[in-house]
Write a protein of this length. Sequence first.
Length: 91
Amino acid sequence: MIQNIGDGDAGSMVVKYYLSDDDVFDGGDTLLKSDSLDKIIAGSVVPRTFKRTFAAGFSLSGKYIIAVVDANNAVVESNENNNSIAYGPLQ
């Protein structure tokens, strides 16, 4: 889920999903998917579903999926450091 915890509406933006060896987003992570997101009203939550098929034999064990909201920095925010969330480790 993506939540707008601010007191103002957030305009449309891009959400990017990465595969990572840890729970911290950095330049070594692999882009898996980009998705557009319409305006998010202040205080609201927007559910998101991530689906991806990986090649047979590819192990996701110990990996993380990291979602980076407003990945292109299109929305002006008072805190730009809370735009990523990690899911994992995967099994």
